[in-house]
Design a protein. Structure first.
Length: 243
């Protein structure tokens, strides 16, 4: 009789955050307009959400548009906003069906009214879902998020509602847009760039960073699994000692 040795499969990281970069270079490599790179990038988003749900990741946070991305040519910004509108309209049923809860962080007031309404509806329709928590960062900047939190706390301190001596990390986190989400365990950035570009500055204090050469439109399940494998090789010490 053979003996079956149970090989323990490590748990996937609880929270994966992704800086989805490289749409423009993907288009350039294929002699296509940048808009086509963004369109293919949106396809990769759809696939990645499915894969993360399948692999058992509980929280996925995607950087889709930074507060600095307005610096791009007007037609490119329009393309990105058009794709966002299309995604919100066409994916909502899929998100509902698959138990995905959608949240948006970032300055939504700066987006089109129509997009704001779509976001609001999508958040409301998926509020009860628990299978995968999908957070999309739109018109998001980490410094701005921190500044707004500081401003809110100063306001409360001035009115006497907040004792400055009681400002703790926990209290501060209550003022961040990500309140209620665990910090990312794994941060992936595609396209070979090794920078954070103003994403989740506070929350990534102890995240493991994995930088992949893959350009975002080519991001596949194999890439996700490679990043997770790399994550499992890391020893998270949080300032302590080995072991
Ligand atoms: C990511 O791809 C999409 C956004 C930042 C909105 P890029 O458009 O930045 O692609 P590259 O970096 O130019 O290749
Ligand atoms: C970061 O990518 C923002 C998003 C992926 C949405 P960028 O392409 O804007 O970043 P930089 O300009 O190379 O730092
Ligand atoms: Mg880029």
């Amino acid at each position: 009789m053979g003996i079956t040795v149970a090989r323990s499969v490590p748990e996937p990281p609880r929270h994966v955050a992704i800086i989805m970069d490289g749409n423009g270079r993907w288009a350039l490599n294929h002699a296509l307009p940048r808009a086509e790179g963004h369109r293919r990038g949106a396809e990769a988003v759809r696939q990645t959400v499915r894969t993360c749900a399948e692999v058992g990741i509980s929280y996925l946070t995607l950087f889709a548009f930074s507060s600095e991305n307005w610096k791009r040519p007007k037609d490119e910004v329009q393309t990105l906003m058009g794709l966002l509108r299309f995604y919100l309209e066409s994916e909502i049923e899929e998100l509902v069906k698959n138990g995905v809860r959608l949240r948006v962080i970032g300055d939504r007031e700066g987006l089109d009214r129509e997009i704001q309404t779509l976001i609001c509806n999508a958040e409301k329709r998926t509020i009860g879902n628990t299978h995968l928590n999908l957070t999309v960062a739109l018109n998001y900047g980490g410094r701005r998020e921190i500044l707004l939190a500081v401003r809110a706390m100063i306001r409360d301190a001035v009115t006497g509602e907040l004792d400055p001596e009681c400002v703790s990390e926990e209290k501060f986190e209550e003022c961040l847009e990500t309140y209620g989400l665990p910090d990312p365990d794994l941060l992936i950035r595609t396209s070979g760039e090794c920078r954070i570009s103003n994403f989740l500055l506070w929350q990534c204090a102890y995240s493991e960073f994995v930088f992949l050469q893959t350009l975002w439109p080519d991001f596949s399940k194999a890439d996700l699994l490679t990043a997770i494998e790399e994550f499992h090789q890391r020893e998270r010490r949080y300032g302590g000692t080995k072991g």
